[in-house]
Structures are given as C-alpha cells and as structure tokens.
Write a protein that binds this ligand. Structure first.
Ligand SMILES: [Zn+2]
Ligand SMILES: [Zn+2]
Length: 183
C-alpha cells in the first residue's frame, strides 16, 4: 500500500454527506481510480464536481479530499494523475462557502481546506520548482498564492521560477484573483 491509498483508506467516507445527497463512500473509490490504484490499475478521470464542490460551495468530504490530494503529490502517481490532483486541490482552496448541513455543525470548509493545503507548502513549492510541466507548475503556484502566509517567500520563488511560470503567475495577475476569493 502506498501513501495515497493509505490516506484514502484512513478517511471515514461512508460517514460523510456527499454533494450528490448520498454517502461519500463512492468518493474514496473515485479517488483511487484517479490515482490509478483502482481495479483498472491505471489513472482514469472522474469528476468530483457536484460531489465535493459545486461552485462556490464545498461539501463535507472536501477537507479529506484535500488531504488525499497532498498524499498523491507526495506519492509517485502518474503525471496525468498528478495534474488531476493538483486541479482538485485548486478547487478545494478556491471554495467560498460551506454546505448547509456542515455549516449548521459549525464547520467552515474553505478554511479547513486551506489549513490542510497549507501543510503541503513544500510539496507545492517542489512542484513549482521541478518544472515538470508548465500547467502543473502554474496550478501549484496559484494554490500557493492562497495558502502561503509568507508573501516574501512566495515572491522570491516567483522570481526564481519566472522563466517557466505562466504569465499570469509571473505577473501576479492570478494571485490577485485568488485573493479576491479569499476575502
Ligand atoms: Zn456523491
Ligand atoms: Zn497563474
């Protein structure tokens, strides 16, 4: 068992309410499939929109999904799967609202997701600096603009990675956008 499977297995998906109205049990299976560790043993895409998020709202499984996405980045999943998990993470940190049932229990899902994602700071910096793929580096940087409290460090990395970051990240256009969401 690798990191991503361990993190998926550790979560109580069954006990969470999914955005589709049922239990989130299927979300655990969907994440395994994304990682390429499901029955097919190769990554295949499955959308978690309307299950884990429906813009701008996040659903109960969102913090667990954020955690699994970080575990996937720390694992050696295929490049396509890596990109999907980064994408998922970007959706999790961009959330603005909490589903009604979780809010009633006093949960602030966007804040919880950003806290979890913040624990993966160095994984995200690693992704930016690796220059493995333009898209992935850009998404990782955009997540950092939301979760990195040390803006001076973010700025240093922006300068160091300027040669390969997309224009929006280099110029700060996209972090302004995300900071708006943050407010
Ligand atoms: Zn669902
Ligand atoms: Zn950007």
């Amino acid at each position: 068992m690798r990191l991503v499977e361990m993190e998926i297995a550790r979560q109580d998906w069954k006990g969470m309410l999914c955005g589709c109205g049922g239990s989130a049990e299927h979300v655990g299976r969907d994440l395994l499939q994304l990682a390429g560790r499901g029955p097919r043993q190769e990554p295949s895409h499955v959308s978690l929109e309307e299950h884990v998020w429906s813009p701008p709202v996040l659903w109960e499984p969102a913090p667990a999904v954020t955690s699994v996405a970080l575990a996937a980045l720390a694992d050696d999943v295929a490049p396509t799967a890596r990109a999907w998990f980064l994408d998922l993470l970007a959706h999790m940190v961009a959330g603005e609202g909490t589903d009604w049932e979780s809010a009633r229990r006093g949960l602030d899902l966007p804040e919880l997701c950003r806290d979890v994602a913040g624990q993966g700071l160095w994984l995200l910096y690693g992704e930016v600096m690796s220059n493995r793929s333009l898209g992935a580096g850009g998404i990782a940087f955009e997540i950092l603009t939301v979760v990195e409290p040390d803006r001076a460090r973010l700025q240093r990395v922006r300068e160091i990675a300027a040669d390969w970051l997309p224009v929006c990240c280099r110029t700060g256009l996209c972090d302004d956008e995300l900071r708006d969401l943050d407010r």
